[in-house]
Write a protein that binds this ligand. Structure first.
Ligand code: ADP
Length: 662
């Protein structure tokens, strides 16, 4: 026997598994049967080109038996098997994506961590939850009968292997059950678990038939009988499948641990024909941003061909799980060939269309469950879906309809104070139920007469988007403003320029949209009175601003910085800076709120004391805080801090501060 050390992560994992009381430990059987089924899949696939591999023993199956006296449980499959080198590698390390994420999440708190095991899925190693010793005997389909392997471990830091001879191909796993797990050596218990977790498995899962004590004494041997239904779940009619069966399939076939948010099960027939059973997870899978993320499993005419097939869906649907069973692809399709297949392109188109239509159906459903499902999907995957707006021209419209945003209208955002009066309850008479978020279609439906554009406030956080002073003018008009506050939205706005023939416009650059003729007249008159002061401000601020003018768009804020149409927004500038690109000096217009007491008082101060030395400092502070309010960065933060300090000390009237300065 050769001794080997487990990879550190495996040791850690085993330690956890053995010492934390994991509440759902009966899942170990599903894991082992699923591995056995995978091994059969692999052999079936290899046999397509090398029929000799399964010759003489082509009935692929999984046999489970138990010995209550000896407290052992044995699983045998006649799948692809393992060579000694493979046993050392596959049963001594963890190769799964997301492993790192798993270990980073471990907290040391037993209860929390054992929950995490449940979410993560630990395959073969889960056998150590119920066994204190595990023995694996295997022979690879390609190996001769004297090149089998025996692998054993008691789940501490090491395992041992040796070469054995083994007549039949495939793998036998024997679990020496712990005292508190001896239940699993009862055939009735195993039958129950197989029905519950492994009913869908393509291959027969067999158990010994019941033999009475009397018969047993007479030497009657138990025959094996198939326990699972065996037919792949997706080939059955939808109305014959119970919710629980779908969920078990999701857990076992897709190796997921949560409850799916929604599922789609459909068959397409015609120029191409395939069946798909797809799920949107209820939680964010850990590998969403991994390179070797998961994908759909591909079957061809019921034969498993490939797992984690990434070509079947675009990146922005990478959170989808499930299987596709195609009647059109060749069985011996490889990953490389798959990428060049015309059929795959068509298949992908159909899948995307179906998925997006399904999401739209959920979104517009009146059923509360559907609405909850959609809300969860949007929360977990909304920003990922929105990546599609940039990438997928063909489905732009569908994706735009799926996208959800918070806005000045949705729940949890203070309703614009004056907007409700000025614009009435936007959307008209019928009282609409406010949700957490809104879609563009609903936004457009609520647009009051006269509003031509869809307005959004773009910022790097929801708070910043909500507190933008630009919103005031829109609130005054009764115009709803969407909050684009996810990093992806910045990227999206340059691609989603209109929806439903209505242009999208950033509130920061859309000032002129709001002024009526009367407003303009009134403003022009006021501007005359303010002319001297405005000129003074422009001189004081110099090249920092292009122009200083009055506005009647603001209510609460004294001033705001506006971009003329081609201006870059602060987020784009920040991005260019981070990429090391030169940012063209920005010249923006400072608009002063003519009705704001602060502005009025400054103007008055200028009128009586035009040479007041402090005045230029006040104006600079005003400009700087406008920039801060919209989430921008000050070029001269130190200068700003100093000016604020001066303001504070004159407000407090502290001679000490003055003295210290001198
Ligand atoms: P996973 O199945 O998620 O890859 P496991 O820890 O369950 O992780 O198994 C590790 C590897 O061991 C499998 O990927 C497979 O290569 C191998 N393996 C496990 N069980 C069997 C089996 N019954 N027959 C052949 N290979 C197996």
């Amino acid at each position: 026997m050769t001794q080997h050390a487990f990879q550190t992560e495996v040791t850690q994992l085993l330690h956890l598994m053995i010492h934390s009381l994991y509440s759902e430990r009966d899942i170990f059987l599903r894991e082992l049967i699923s591995n056995a089924s995978d091994a059969c899949d692999k052999l079936r696939f290899l046999s397509l080109t090398k029929p000799e591999l399964s010759a003489g023993d082509s009935d692929l199956r999984i046999e489970v038996s138990a010995d209550p006296e000896a407290k052992t449980l044995t699983l045998t499959d006649n799948g692809v098997g393992l060579t000694e080198a493979e046993a050392v590698e596959h049963l001594g390390t963890i190769a799964k994506s997301g492993t790192k994420a798993f270990f980073q999440k471990l907290s040391g708190d037993q209860v929390k961590d054992s929950n995490l095991i449940g979410q993560f899925g630990v395959g073969f190693y889960s056998s150590f939850m119920v066994a204190d010793k595990v023995v694996v005997e295997s022979r690879a389909a390609t190996a001769s009968s004297d090149a089998g392997v025996r692998w054993e471990s008691t789940g501490d830091g090491s395992f041992a292997t040796e070469t054995i001879s083994r007549a039949q191909r495939g793998t036998t796993i024997t679990l020496h059950l712990k005292d508190d797990a001896k239940d699993f050596a009862q055939t009735w218990r195993l039958r129950e678990l197989i029905k519950k977790y492994s009913d869908y498995v393509t291959y027969p899962v067999k158990l010994p038939k019941y033999v009475s004590d009397e018969d047993a004494k007479k030497g009657v041997k138990a025959e094996l009988e198939q326990v699972n239904v065996g037919q792949p779940l997706w080939t059955r009619a939808k109305d014959e499948i119970a919710d629980e069966q779908y969920q078990e399939f999701y857990k076992s076939a897709c190796k997921m641990w949560d409850e799916p948010a929604t599922r789609l099960h459909f068959t397409v027939e015609g120029t191409m024909s395939f069946t798909a059973l797809l799920f949107v997870p209820g939680q964010r899978p850990m590998d969403l941003f991994d390179r070797d993320r998961k994908g759909l499993h591909l079957y061809v005419r019921r034969v498993f061909v490939m797992d984690d097939c990434k070509d079947l869906l675009p990146e922005y649907l990478r959170f989808m799980r499930g299987i596709v069973d195609s009647d059109d692809l060749p069985l011996n399709v490889s990953r490389e060939i798959l990428q060049q297949q015309d059929t795959v392109t068509k298949l992908r188109k159909q899948l995307v269309k179906r998925i997006l239509d399904h999401l739209l159906k959920l979104a517009s459903s009146n059923d509360e469950k559907d609405q909850q499902a959609f809300a969860a999907i949007d929360k977990n995957f909304g920003p990922i879906l929105r990546e599609g707006l940039v990438i997928d021209q063909d489905n732009k419209d569908r994706l735009a309809r799926v996208a959800r945003y918070r806005s000045t209208w949705t729940v949890g955002t203070p309703a614009p104070s004056e907007g409700d009066e000025a614009g009435g309850e936007a959307g008209g008479e019928k009282a609409e139920k406010r949700g957490e978020t809104t879609g563009l279609e609903d936004y457009v439906r609520r647009m009051p007469a006269g509003q031509e554009k869809i307005y959004f406030s773009l910022a790097s956080t929801l708070e910043a988007a909500k507190s933008s002073p630009h919103l005031e003018a829109f609130a005054k008009k009764g115009y709803e403003v969407l909050f684009f506050a996810d990093p992806v939205d910045e990227w999206v706005v340059s691609h989603l320029t209109e929806f439903d023939k209505k242009p999208l416009a950033n509130v920061a650059g859309a000032s002129s949209d709001l002024t009526s003729e009367d407003d303009k007249k009134e403003l022009a008159e006021k501007t005359k009175t303010y002319e001297g002061f405005l000129g003074y401000c422009k001189t004081a601020l110099g090249d920092d601003v292009k122009e200083v003018r009055l506005t009647n768009r603001l209510t609460d804020s004294p001033c705001v910085l506006v971009d003329e149409d081609s201006g870059m927004n602060p987020q784009m500038e920040e991005m260019m800076r981070r990429m090391g690109q030169p940012v063209p000096p920005r010249q923006r217009t400072l608009e002063l709120n003519a009705a704001h007491p602060l502005v009025e008082r400054l103007q008055a101060l200028h009128g009586t004391d035009a040479t007041n030395a402090k005045l230029s400092g006040y104006v600079a502070v005003l400009r700087d805080q406008a920039l801060l309010a919209e989430g921008g960065k000050l070029d001269d933060a130190a200068g700003f801090a100093k000016r604020v300090q001066d303001l504070l000390s004159s407000a407090i009237g502290g001679p000490a501060v003055q003295a210290a300065k001198g």
